[in-house]
Design a protein around this ligand. Structure first.
Ligand SMILES: Nc1ncnc2c1ncn2[C@@H]1O[C@H](COP(=O)(O)OP(=O)(O)OP(=O)(O)O)[C@@H](O)[C@H]1O
Length: 359
């Protein structure tokens, strides 16, 4: 549906050349909500702007529904652009016009009949929940309402693709949630493919099914959101994932390890796409002669699938702990023993280890 093939974009700044996009290869499939994340200056805006030719690639190609827009005539290009809606961080609305007039603008510019314009505008305003605000001016609206107007304007030409350029970055967390929910409906109810750029991993977690991470004009990692969140490969990706899924083991858990007690073991149970509702913990306690203490838990949801970890202490004899361990594995839950490494040990613990080892 959208294909970047060796897409490169250079900007001449004085005597230097800035490479904003460096041989990007990426495919966004029909129906995706595809998120591109990266720090400021990574090249995200330039990338999204090449899709509707707000920026023309210096070399390489961008195919939209199989067509390379740079090869089309002006008339063909105008038609193709109706297929691509776009929303912006700062909304880009006309303040001197009403909500209705803003949303109607793309249709007026295409010379559509007035009665048809009224029908189409009413339909999209109802979809974004602003039918009662049609005659209001933009300045009378909240940030979230302005972005709803932006979404309605983008939808009014019935596009197949929606580009979102940091669409929630200017909004508070609650409003961000409601706009993301609306975008999800755009994807599901209208079947529109969404390409969004963001620097917030929460946005990726909440609505994307696929993600690409950009750095210095390159895509450094890409994949299904669940895969990338559960096993990020690159340092930058790990940092983004950590910003929303804090799965590092808290210091308090390492403190527990100070007591050298061989009847206790601490495990990190990782739930990736398994039903965390299943009573694994209570089953372990019932089936085996072990006590289970939950020390820490952090379960979130990715595309409706539970994801996260639970740190538990198993207390019992080795044989029973081993049986419990095996049982948990059969539940498709990743389980690993928590063992403190040098850096995580306090001086006190290091001393007690030395005593234990050296008698
Ligand atoms: N019109 C331009 N002229 C010159 N350099 C540009 C232009 N647009 C972008 N750049 C440069 O290209 C690089 C990528 O910028 P881009 O805006 O695409 O990154 P970004 O990831 O979207 O960052 P931000 O979130 O800060 O916008 C940066 O070094 C930027 O300075």
């Amino acid at each position: 549906m959208i294909e970047f093939i060796e897409t490169t974009k250079e900007f001449q700044v004085g005597t230097t050349v800035v490479t904003a996009l460096n041989h990007i290869n990426l495919t966004i499939q029909k129906g995706d909500v595809f998120g591109v994340i990266g720090f400021s200056g990574a090249g995200k805006s330039t990338l999204i702007r090449t899709v509707n030719l707000l920026e023309e690639p210096t070399s390489g190609r961008v195919l939209v529904n199989g067509k390379e827009l740079t090869t089309l005539s002006k008339k063909q290009l105008r038609e193709e652009k109706k297929n691509i809606g776009m929303i912006f961080q700062h909304f880009n609305l006309l303040r001197s016009k009403t909500v209705f007039e803003n949303v109607a603008m793309p249709l007026v510019l295409s010379g559509i009949k007035k009665s048809k314009i009224e029908d189409q505008v009413s339909e999209v305003l109802a979809f974004v929940g602003l039918q009662d605000k049609a005659e209001r001016f933009i300045d009378e609206l909240s940030g979230g309402q302005k972005q709803r107007v932006g979404i309605a304007r983008a939808l009014v030409t019935k596009p197949t693709i929606l580009l979102c350029d940091e669409a929630t970055s200017a909004l508070d967390p609650q409003t961000t949630k409601s706009i993301l929910e609306l975008l999800k409906r755009v994807n599901i109810e209208y079947g529109i493919t969404i390409l969004m750029i963001t620097h917030e991993m929460e946005v990726i977690r909440d609505i994307c099914n696929r993600v690409a991470v950009m750095e210095n004009g390159k895509v450094i990692e890409t994949g299904n959101v669940l895969e990338v969140f559960s096993s990020p490969q690159e340092e930058t990706t790990k940092n983004f994932v950590q910003s929303v899924v804090r799965d590092e083991i808290p210091q308090s858990v390492y403190e527990q390890l100070k007591t050298i007690d061989h009847s206790k073991k601490i495990y990190n149970l990782k739930f990736i796409g398994v039903d965390v509702g299943q009573p694994v913990v209570s089953q372990v306690a019932k089936k085996f002669d072990v006590d289970v203490n939950v020390l820490f838990g952090n379960i979130t949801e990715l595309q409706g699938i539970p994801f996260g970890n639970l740190i538990v202490e198993l207390v019992g004899v080795d044989k029973e702990i081993e049986k419990a361990h095996q049982f948990i594995r059969t539940k498709d839950i990743q389980i690993e023993e928590v063992i403190a490494h040098e850096g995580e040990l306090t001086n006190h613990y290091r001393r007690s280890v030395r005593h234990a080892v050296h008698g």
